[in-house]
Unconditional design. Structure first.
Length: 78
């Protein structure tokens, strides 16, 4: 995947968490950087294989992202 795709998935993660939190996605952007390395996400997305899974915790949720662009928040697909 291209660098653009890695930015898209980060944006989608932020949107998913902000949707669950019922808050503005712009405020969630700063929170995401505290909870997980967005650089690590970008590297995973750029990886040749899509056979990866990343799980991390925010203050209130468990977020899981997979190489096939699936985003789960607290086990619910977004």
């Amino acid at each position: 995947m291209s660098a653009d795709m890695s930015e898209i998935i980060i944006g989608e993660i932020i949107e998913a968490v902000s949707e669950v939190e019922k808050t503005n996605s712009e405020s969630m952007d700063m929170c995401l950087h505290r909870d997980v390395s967005t650089e690590a996400i970008q590297r995973l997305v750029a990886h040749e294989s899509d056979a990866w899974r990343l799980q991390f915790e925010t203050e209130n949720h468990v977020v899981e992202v997979t190489g096939n662009d699936t985003i789960l928040i607290d086990g619910e697909q977004m």
